[in-house]
Every structure is written in C-alpha cells, then in structure tokens.
Ligand binder design. Structure first.
Ligand SMILES: *Cc1c(COP(=O)(O)O)cnc(C)c1O
Length: 366
C-alpha cells in the first residue's frame, strides 16, 4: 500500500482517557470515587429535558435521522435570530472544523492559529496537507494584530478560539469587531465559541451580527458538548453566510448527526433551568479556584470558560500524582505549557476534592 506521505507521517491523536480505563490501569474498583475534571464536560450531567427526549426517541431508532435537521434548524435559527440557511450541524463541532479544512486546505495553503490554542485546528489541517502558522499568545491571549500580520496570499483559514481552550482567555468584543473589519476577503475567520454559553455576559462577542449583515468570510462554531452537557452525543453547529454553509454541506455525509443527538439538542435548547444552574456552578467554581490556589502559591490564568489553566510547575508529574489520588486533570505539555495543568470546573464537592488532592501532592513534594 502507498499512503499519502503527509498522512503516514501523522501521529494518532490521544484524547483524555475514559474514566473506566484510568480506574482499570490504577486498580481502583469504584469509578464513582474518581473525580474526572479533564475534558471540560458539564459535571451537572445532561439537561433532564434532553434525557427525557432521548428516552422518548428510542422507539424511532430504526429510522435514519433527518439529514437536514429541519426542526433543530428552525428552533435554533429562532433562538439566534438568524435564518435556518445560516446553520449547519456536525458530529460535534470538531467535525465542522474538519469540513472547513476539507473545503479550504491543501498542500501549499496555510491555516493561522494561536500558539496555545485548540489542537484540533492543526490536526484537521494536517489531514489535508495544509501548513499551520502558530502565532505567539502574549499572556496566553490571542494577538489579533499579529494574526492579521501573519496572513499571506496562501492563507485560507484563521482560527480564533474565544474563550480559548486550554488557556480560558477571552478577547474584548471590540477587538473582534475591529479584526473582522480588517480581515482580507480571501481568508475565512473561524470563531470557535465552544464555551460561549458560560462566558460572563459582558465579554460575549457578537460575531453573529456580522453574519446577519451579510459578511461572507466568517463562521461561528458552537457545541452541545460543553455547557449543554451532551458531549457523548456528538453534536455541534456552525453559523455562517448561506454561501459558506453550502460549501461545507458539499463535504458532509448525509446522516452525520444522529437521531438521538438531534432529539436531545432540541430539548436542551428549552432547558433554561439547566443552563442557569450550569453557569452558576461554573462562576462559583472559578471563584473558588481563583481564591484558593494563590493561597498555595499557585498562579491561575483568568478564565471565561468552564475550566482553568493553573501553573503548578511540572504539569505532567502533578497530573500523575493527582491521578494516584483519584483526580484526573489534563497536563498541558502537548500545548507547549509544561508547567501547567488544566482543571475543569466541577460541582462544589468535586472542586474541594480536587483542591485537597492538589494540597496533598504539594505537601508530599516539599
Ligand atoms: C470541546 C471543544 C470543541 C468541540 O467539541 P465537540 O465535542 O466536537 O463539539 C471545539 N472547540 C473547542 C475549543 C473545544 O474546547
């Protein structure tokens, strides 16, 4: 066999391990005792309305889903004040990133991203042989001027993750508007807003207003995986001008979003209570860590998402020590941040267990 060289050169991406696997490896019997705060999941669980909708959908599972996601598009369009033609659903918003690279990237073309931003942009780009330009992030924040300056005639995509995973940092809404004004026509700007729902209101960007006004070369990505608590179902969406949506539709498999996911997402959009509780849990948890960690001499990075980047020193070792204490976080060496770990905000009880475990690790080290 003769694979494409740029494919055979790739390494297989390692996601956070499922809780069961960690339990097996470390010999823990009761997975209920493990605190997994590694993947920015919603520790409140799925919306109860979504759970009920899933149960109701079971008898329909012999059917293919609606490939056009008609009802979901209608409902979401209304909620976002856009047209259904502005929307496209993906098997997670990760799939939409792959669609964007499928449409725009190839050898000789480049994608621009922040040096400490979400790895999937690079990984999806590599699938199509594109080059990735990584722009440094002073104070862990995207430098929009430097990203504009990095654009070449071969640039096709610029990815802006706001709030950024894994740093949690946000951009001022005015800076985003100014960036969009200066964006050259040959480049598509991708605004990944995976954590939009848990952002402080004053920091929420309004990229959708530019799309409503007819701007063609920008796209917003959101997901049901984080605040909505439906990561296991794999559903996310894109908002863009219909011309761009149509391009992405050309590379989409007809039934990319399953019926269970569509049913649950439709119900989750109505669950205002679950969203309010989720936001409260996140705000409370961020405050807790921002108050408690500095007392241990540990720096935190200001976050607008449901996780926090924490400078423990030797993040890989801290990750391993925490794991022995039944707490799973994410070491940040793959992001070029070897001194950091990323902690997902959990319930108050989980946050306390997390803090206690970290205290125990620090005590044993000193
Ligand atoms: C979690 C995440 C996503 C997408 O997740 P899906 O589960 O594929 O919807 C996209 N972007 C960022 C920055 C994320 O953190």
């Amino acid at each position: 066999m003769i694979p494409k060289k740029y494919i055979s050169d790739l390494r297989v991406y390692e996601p956070g391990k499922p809780i069961e696997e960690v339990a097996r490896e470390l010999g823990f019997d009761d997975i209920a005792e493990i605190v997994k705060v590694a993947s920015n999941e919603n520790e409140l669980g799925p919306s109860p309305l979504a759970a009920e909708a899933m149960r109701e959908a079971i008898p329909e599972m012999h059917r293919y889903p609606d490939g056009g996601a008609f009802y979901l598009k209608q409902k979401l369009a209304e909620k976002l004040s856009v047209d259904p033609e502005n929307l496209l659903f993906g098997c997670g918003s990760n799939e939409l990133i792959v669609f964007l690279c499928h449409v725009f990237m190839e050898q000789g073309k480049n994608l621009i991203m922040g040096a400490e931003a979400f790895a999937v942009y690079f990984l999806a780009n590599a699938l199509y042989g594109g080059e990735t330009i990584r722009v440094p992030m002073p104070e862990h924040v995207h430098d929009l001027d430097a990203m504009l300056a990095a654009i070449t005639p071969e640039t096709r995509l610029v990815c802006i993750c706001n709030p950024n995973n894994p740093t949690g940092t946000m951009l001022p809404p005015e800076a985003i508007d100014a960036f969009i004004e200066q964006l050259p026509d040959h480049v598509v700007a991708v605004f990944d807003e995976a954590y939009f729902e848990v952002m402080p209101d004053a920091m929420k960007p309004d990229v959708l207003k530019h799309i409503r006004a007819g701007k063609k070369n920008i796209i917003v990505l959101r997901t049901f995986s984080k605040a909505y608590g439906l990561a296991g179902l794999r559903i996310g969406y894109a908002v863009a001008h219909p011309e761009l949506i149509n391009l992405l539709n050309k590379v989409r498999q007809p039934f990319n979003v399953n019926l269970m996911a569509q049913s649950a997402a439709l119900a989750a959009l109505d669950d205002v209570t679950h969203m309010v509780e989720t936001r409260e849990m996140v705000f409370q948890g961020l405050e807790f860590f921002q108050a408690e960690l500095p007392k241990l001499g540990i720096e935190t990075v200001p976050s607008g998402a449901n996780f926090i980047l924490v400078k423990t020193g030797n993040g890989r070792e801290i990750f391993e020590e925490l794991q022995k204490r039944k707490v799973i976080v994410r070491p940040m060496d793959p992001y070029g941040l070897p001194d950091y770990i990323r902690i997902t905000i959990g319930t108050p009880e989980q946050n306390q267990l997390m803090l206690d475990a970290l205290k125990s690790v620090m005590a044993d080290k000193s």
